[in-house]
Design a protein around this ligand. Structure first.
Ligand SMILES: [Ca+2]
Ligand SMILES: [Ca+2]
Ligand SMILES: [Ca+2]
Ligand SMILES: [Ca+2]
Length: 335
């Protein structure tokens, strides 16, 4: 329970950014950092998925470069979608070097991209993901970059994350969620990991896993969990916020998969929400090593738990069976 307010958290913000060009742009819907120009200062990427570029709701991403005097006064790079309503910038992942050249690479999801299927038809909401590689020469990020596309009405790229190096080859690997992917069950969702390489992100996935229940939306959130079991390989956490459990309908669940993928196909842990309609797994985060024991820790958000929302902290530990739930907090100020 958080009761005491830290003065550093209640003072006015040091900087406020608002460079979007469209009313209702949803500027700030996604945020990520990385060092895209390799100068040692972190840079900030801000998603604005309903922004105008050359057409309605194409979406934009604004990158502010860091320096000794703080963030730049205006965006140093702006990326944009190229199809109306594709919502480029819904998801972002910036902290990772996919091609191993020393510069962070920016991954952007556009989950509402429609794939043309003949002269008259499109497959709605296939989704696509852009990989803009960082580099030393201004404007430091590729204008368009490579793209990967979903197959059906998947919303491929609704979630993207640098998941660390899950196959141990030294390149950062990327997790991509497709929460409305349907195979045998219907809207069970899918998570995929694409491996990095010297040539960039590999188009064929290293690993895929489908949801285990209809409408569970597995892949609505995913993140790199760090190395929770201390074997030197990074591990991946995937949320299914509308999965049912013994706790009830839509309790939600997160599944933790251990590297090396694809060998680690059976989840190591699958913590579920503790009440119906908790939607556990709607948000996930790598918590670093919060208790300083050397093992990576992670957080699971259950935003509809008991009508209030809940965040759970799970501590990593050596060996199977030592990973345990340790803390839960309601929003500050509520008892
Ligand atoms: Ca930088
Ligand atoms: Ca790179
Ligand atoms: Ca790798
Ligand atoms: Ca591991």
């Amino acid at each position: 329970m958080v009761r005491r307010r830290d003065p550093a958290l209640t003072r006015p913000p040091d900087r406020t950014l608002d460079d979007s060009v469209e009313e209702g742009a949803r500027f700030g819907a996604a945020l990520s950092t990385g060092d895209f120009n390799g100068d040692g200062y972190a840079d900030l990427a801000v998603g604005s998925p309903y922004d105008y570029d050359t057409d309605f709701q194409q979406g934009r991403v604004y990158v502010y470069f860091g320096s000794a005097s703080g963030l730049g006064a205006s965006p140093g790079w702006i990326g944009a979608g190229s199809q109306a309503g594709e919502h480029y910038g819904t998801s972002l992942a910036g902290t990772g070097d996919i091609d191993g050249d020393g510069f962070s690479d920016l991954v952007v999801g556009a989950p509402d991209y429609d794939k043309p299927a003949g002269p008259l038809f499109s497959i709605l909401d296939c989704g696509r993901v852009f990989v803009h590689r960082g580099g030393p020469t201004a404007p430091h990020l590729e204008a368009r970059g490579a793209t990967l596309e979903g197959w059906g009405n998947d919303r491929f790229g609704a979630a993207v994350a640098h998941v660390g190096d899950v196959d141990g080859d030294g390149h950062s690997d990327i997790g991509i969620g497709s929460p409305t992917y349907s195979d045998l069950l219907g809207t069970e969702g899918r998570a995929a990991v694409h491996a990095g390489s010297a040539q960039g992100l590999k188009p064929q996935p290293l690993w895929t896993q489908d949801g285990l229940e209809s409408k569970s939306q597995f892949g609505a959130a995913l993140c790199g969990a760090g190395d929770v079991n201390g074997d030197g390989l990074d591990d991946v956490l995937v949320g299914a916020p509308f999965e049912d459990s013994f706790s009830g309908v839509d309790a939600g669940r997160a599944r933790l998969y251990l590297g090396p993928l694809p060998a680690g196909a059976t989840p190591f842990r699958s913590p579920a929400g503790s009440l119906a309609s908790s939607e556990a797994g709607a948000a996930l985060a790598n918590a670093g090593d919060l208790n300083g024991d050397g093992w990576s820790d992670f957080l699971i958000g259950a935003p509809a738990h008991d009508g209030l929302g809940l965040a759970q902290l799970h501590l990593g530990a050596f060996g199977i069976g030592r990973l345990h739930f340790t803390a839960a907090a309601r929003p500050p100020g509520l008892t």
